[in-house]
Design a protein. Structure first.
Length: 255
């Protein structure tokens, strides 16, 4: 399987040219990078898809860089990646983990995304201090990291050791915008939700189910052995297989 990373290191972007005429844009989570999604991206590539797994702005370097990035810059980067794929492929699917799930939904509210596969998508924050990030970012620049919520031993998503509060403030803006746009999402949605997730609260799934248009196909699969970074956890292979099958079902339903 050919791989052409644009930069060295575990969080190098991944790009693969496929053979089936369709593409998958894969989007990583907050403070993390491509490393946690490489097996998922590789599974799509092995299935014949063109795959783009970019490193999003502010990630893969140091937390200070993420603290300086506006959520709109991350949204713009996702849109540019999608436009590049859409210009060369008959259909583009989007897969995302955590923040990547919110970005995928945000994109699908304004663009012709063929289908979505989301792992523990984030739309809400668990911390009671989250509403005060606008003030707290000036008082305490960082809080403890959220990396490696993985049940399976040995997994490493290579995320930041610290979480920038200014970045969380921008993440809240992304979540609010995405929630307001959920009724505009028309693409079929596949969700994998871990019963034990120490990063994204269950309320994120509740909001997604409540705000999606009733006519949108939504499939939710519960994960009983995996935590937040389920793409590196015990049920990863079942996530990969069902995602590929779901996209194929969408493909088969198109004229």
């Amino acid at each position: 399987m050919p791989e052409t990373p644009a930069a060295p290191g575990p969080n190098a972007p991944f790009h693969h040219t496929g053979t089936n005429g369709a593409a998958v844009l894969v989007l990583h989570g907050f403070t993390a990078g491509p490393a946690g999604l490489l097996p998922w991206a590789g599974a799509f590539a092995d299935a014949g898809y063109t795959v783009s797994l970019p490193l999003l702005p502010g990630h893969g370097t140091r937390w200070q860089d993420l603290a300086a990035v506006k959520h709109t810059a991350i949204i713009d980067a996702v849109r540019q990646e999608f436009a590049t794929l859409a210009a060369m492929h008959r259909r583009v699917y989007v897969a995302g983990l955590s923040m990547g799930g919110a970005l995928a939904l945000h994109l699908a509210s304004t663009h012709a995304v063929a289908g979505l596969a989301l792992v523990n998508p984030g739309l809400t924050l668990a911390s009671p201090l989250a509403p005060f990030t606008g003030v707290l970012r000036h008082l305490s620049p960082t809080v403890a990291g959220i990396a490696n919520d993985i049940a399976k031993p040995g997994g490493d998503e290579h995320a930041y050791a610290r979480t920038p509060v200014a970045g969380v403030h921008e993440l809240r803006k992304l979540f609010r915008e995405t929630i307001s746009r959920l009724p505009q999402v028309k693409a079929p949605v596949l969700v994998f939700r871990s019963n034990t997730d120490n990063v994204v609260p269950e309320s994120s799934l509740d909001v997604l189910c409540a705000r999606l248009d009733a006519g949108v196909h939504l499939e939710v699969n519960r994960l009983t052995r995996s935590r937040h970074v389920a793409t590196l956890d015990y049920e990863a292979e079942s996530i990969f297989a069902r995602s590929i099958a779901f996209f194929q079902e969408v493909e088969d339903s198109k004229p």
